[in-house]
Design a protein around this ligand. Structure first.
Ligand SMILES: [Zn+2]
Length: 459
């Protein structure tokens, strides 16, 4: 037996690195040269730049002339291309969408993985599910993903949700979360504190709360309860994400000290009192505008359609009657113009008052606004409302990495994981060029996007 063990160790020791480099697509060092490099921190792009990736990490980056390739390194010519860090989405609802069906029956590790692959296909390298994922299966999924048990996909993050009994998620999401008991139902401040302590005991870093009565149809979390949640969460170094959609509720939760504000007030114009609160508190802010927009499936754009079953695309295009939280290509809602005007007024005011924009989509509720493509929609909306593309990229890369606390993602820099997007056109010229994806790399490995497409088109 000792001989066998020795032999086994020898094989593992000698073949391990070779197997590793083969499975990772080639030599241990690769130089990507000649591209325009967007760092992701708002600095000017490096024109004609180079970077070196070794064992999944960036080990050098700079102007092409200033980067020395390690001996034996493979070279990838990116002349004419633009490279940017992978996107990071801090707000989705993962696991329930089945494209031809929706619900708790779809919630499996395999389906969570599928949604993360969709995000990765579109260049999103980390994805956070907020308030709707059952805790213990999500922790298990994270462990399994870190252990390498799944094929390449966007890195999974999640946080539990808290709401009063029968409150919380919207009417669609609630159908899934109720079956899976994914939301912690709390009535009193003491219950709320106990629930947060349980989360902290599981090393959970964030929690989502809903503060919304859905126009008087839902019980609403009281200030006493959310104040207790915020206090207890902060004691344990956790961040609180708050869903609030009205001006009064946003004022209340930001004043109370939440860390991440979810949603943009779309039916009232912001007032000076709120802007003063924002200037003082400077919350992170995820806009999640797109779920309320007309679906891009109506636009016959292959970028969106390519990952959807043809039947689903056809059904959405044929739907003309407007239904809440469902896609339709009929006449625009009578409220759409007023909403647009209010968003155009409120968005720049939020930014100017110090709200720290981060990418989140709210994807997962319906197939018309879904994993991956929705990220590009949301980013383009910001620029439409006046944000410079370079700032939009920071809000979709570096800053969400900071919010989630992912140390090795968010920028193209030495020491970071080599998770990046190669684009055929420059998004600093036109933000819609984030859609011109040539390839996506996760930990230095090129994602097989064609294989993913083939899988999705079988449905
Ligand atoms: Zn949401």
């Amino acid at each position: 037996m000792p001989r066998f063990i020795t032999l086994a160790c020898f094989i593992a020791g000698s073949l391990g690195p070779i197997a590793f480099s083969q499975s990772r697509g080639g030599p241990a060092a690769v130089v990507y040269e000649g591209g325009r490099l967007i760092i992701g921190d708002g600095r000017a792009a490096i024109e004609n730049g180079s970077f070196v990736v070794q064992n999944g990490r960036v080990t050098a980056i700079g102007p092409k002339d200033g980067v020395t390739a390690p001996a034996g390194a493979a070279r990838v010519d990116l002349t004419g291309k633009t490279v940017m860090p992978g996107l990071i989405n801090v707000h989705v609802h993962i696991g329930y969408e089945g494209y031809t069906s929706w619900g708790a029956e779809n919630y499996t590790a395999q389906n969570v993985l599928d949604h993360l692959q969709r995000e990765a296909f579109y260049g999103v390298v980390a994805t956070q599910s907020v308030g709707s994922s059952p805790t213990d299966p999500s922790i298990q999924f994270q462990r399994d993903q870190i252990a390498g048990k799944f094929p390449p996909a966007s890195r999974f993050f999640f946080m539990p949700g808290m709401a009063p009994p029968n409150g919380g998620p919207d009417a669609v999401l609630l159908k899934g979360t109720t079956v899976l008991h994914a939301v912690n139902e709390v009535t009193t401040a003491d219950e709320a504190r106990a629930a947060v302590r349980t989360m902290a005991g599981k090393n959970i870093k964030s929690v989502k709360i809903w503060v919304d009565d859905r126009r008087g149809t839902y019980p609403k979390m009281t200030p006493e309860v959310y104040t207790a949640i915020i206090d207890e969460a902060h004691k344990h170094g956790m961040k609180v994400h708050a869903h609030a959609t009205t001006l009064a509720d946003q004022k209340a939760v930001v004043r109370a000290g939440i860390d991440v504000l979810v949603h943009t007030v779309g039916s009232e114009k912001l007032d000076d009192e709120y802007l003063a609160i924002l200037r003082e508190k400077k919350p992170y802010w995820t806009t999640v505008i797109g779920l309320g927009d007309r679906t891009e499936v109506c636009d016959n754009d292959a970028f969106v359609d390519q990952t959807l079953p043809a039947k689903v695309v056809a059904t959405i295009r044929a739907t003309v009657e407007a239904r809440p939280l469902a896609p339709s290509c009929g006449p625009r809602s009578p409220n759409a113009a007023a909403r647009e005007e209010t968003l155009a007024y409120n968005f720049p005011k939020m930014i100017a008052s110090g709200a720290r924009l981060v990418l989140g989509t709210d994807a997962g509720i319906h197939a018309g606004y879904t994993f991956g493509s929705a990220d590009h929609h949301e980013i383009a909306r910001w620029v439409q409302f006046g944000l410079p593309p370079s700032e939009a990229i920071v809000a979709a890369t570096q800053r969400p990495a900071e919010v989630i606390g992912i140390g090795d993602l968010g920028t193209l820099a030495v020491g970071k994981s080599a998770d990046f997007i190669v684009l055929n056109a420059n998004p600093l010229d036109n933000i819609r060029n984030t859609r011109q994806i040539a390839s996506v790399y996760l930990r230095g490995v090129r994602l097989d996007r064609d294989a993913l497409l083939a899988k999705w088109k079988k449905i």
